[in-house]
Ligand binder design. Structure first.
Ligand SMILES: C[S@@+](CC[C@H](N)C(=O)[O-])C[C@H]1O[C@@H](n2cnc3c(N)ncnc32)[C@H](O)[C@@H]1O
Length: 369
């Protein structure tokens, strides 16, 4: 992938419902923190009336992982403001499978939709990046985003010996941290213009917790190191070129708590000056559901066959984007299939310690009234 290429040109979770089917852990991280959204709603000042209430899910993918949380949140809003029309807007990047999202909302998938359970509800979508303005100023009452803001708007540079910034050091790591700071400020600045006075923003983000843990790195086998070793193995075996190995970098930054909080507390920050304030922050580790099941059933092959698809549901675009543009689709597919089948064989042979435990930083922010 060229460094000039922006994330929006290639990023999408695996489509046709694969993402939410294979990503039970992402749903768990939302469902286990639904109370934070309900508490934020309880703090909203909401008069009843005819004016629409607007809520949004930023970086929603196919919508399947947040549907239970939104059912609870929308029902709560309906109770608080019985007559107000409610608009919900799902946002993601242009390559997202929005058709799948609307099929889910309108009951055409196996997921139980809230759509028919809440009256006077209007569902929309936007393909504009959350680093940019999406809504007119002061028209958003509740914003939500889960497991999305670690995606950077661009890959700032290549990393010589790893595929992810968590394995990088020195100037290579700093470039990702810097892009992470710029994008986080852009996302919060855009929201601070859109949120109404007294509105709330709930952000459940991947991050690095107080103990230095992050996604797939909580004490057992490191998931990102495994990705790196297997991808480099393809280069060692001549299946990909050394350039393709170096050009494969997740456009992601895992931020520390200090990095998350900085724009919301520094009085010179444009976000702070716009009136957005941190109300609540906590970190949580949510156990990998596939590793948890393995502890019960003990079948390594079954574990590998359920675990690796969850990694694939979100990581495939990055590995695919690292391959030379000259490769034809069939060849690309073969390489990617070989990569994930090596991961599956590795887990089946040595299952102990593999887990994609989620490490999240949960934040609630408020716009000054
Ligand atoms: C791991 S998925 C999370 C989906 C869902 N929110 C969840 O918690 O399961 C990350 C999503 O963020 C989207 N995304 C990444 N960068 C984005 C951006 N700049 N604007 C909007 N969506 C973005 C990706 O396309 C992807 O659908």
């Amino acid at each position: 992938m060229s460094n000039a290429e922006t994330t929006a040109t290639f990023m999408a979770m695996k489509g046709s419902g694969y993402y939410s089917k294979a990503t039970a852990g992402a749903r768990d991280t939302i469902n286990q923190a639904t109370h934070l959204v309900l508490e934020a709603i309880a703090r909203l000042t909401l008069a009843d009336g005819q004016a629409p209430l607007r809520v949004a899910d930023f970086g929603a993918a196919d919508g399947g992982t947040s549907v239970d949380m939104w059912r609870s949140a929308l029902m709560d809003l309906r109770r608080r403001a019985p007559r107000r029309p409610i608009e919900i807007c799902y946002t993601d990047l242009p390559r997202n499978d929005f058709a799948q999202l609307f099929r889910m909302i309108h009951g055409q998938t196996e997921i139980d939709s809230y759509y028919k359970q809440i009256d006077n509800l209007y569902v929309f979508a936007s393909g504009t990046s959350f680093h940019d303005a999406i809504f007119p100023p002061r028209t958003l009452h509740l914003g939500f985003s889960a497991t999305a803001s670690h995606y950077l708007s661009r890959t700032p540079r290549t990393i010589s010996n790893h595929v992810h910034m968590v394995g990088a050091s020195g100037a290579e790591r700093d470039a990702y941290i810097d892009q992470g700071r710029i994008d986080w400020e852009a996302m919060l600045s855009a929201r601070s213009r859109e949120l109404c006075e007294g509105a709330r923003l709930c952000l459940f983000n991947f991050g690095i917790d107080e103990a230095g843990r992050y996604l797939g790195s909580t004490g057992g086998v490191s998931m990102f190191d495994t990705f790196n070793e297997l991808w480099r193995g393809l280069a060692d075996d001549g299946i990909i070129t050394p350039e393709e190995y170096v050009n494969t970098n997740f456009p992601q930054c895992y931020r520390t708590i200090d990095q998350f909080v900085a724009p919301l507390t520094g009085s010179s920050s444009p976000v702070y000056r716009a009136g957005l304030r941190l109300e609540h922050i906590e970190t949580r580790v949510v156990r990998c559901p596939y590793a948890r099941d393995f502890e019960q059933h003990g079948d390594a092959k079954k574990f590998a066959q359920s675990y690796v698809p969850t990694l694939r549901s979100w990581s495939e675009p990055t590995f695919s984007a690292g391959l030379a543009p000259s490769r034809v689709p069939a060849e690309r597919q073969e390489i990617i299939d070989e990569f994930y089948s090596r991961y599956e064989r590795l887990v089946a042979a040595h299952p102990r310690g593999h887990a994609m435990d989620y490490v999240h930083v949960y934040m609630t922010c408020a716009m000054l009234a």
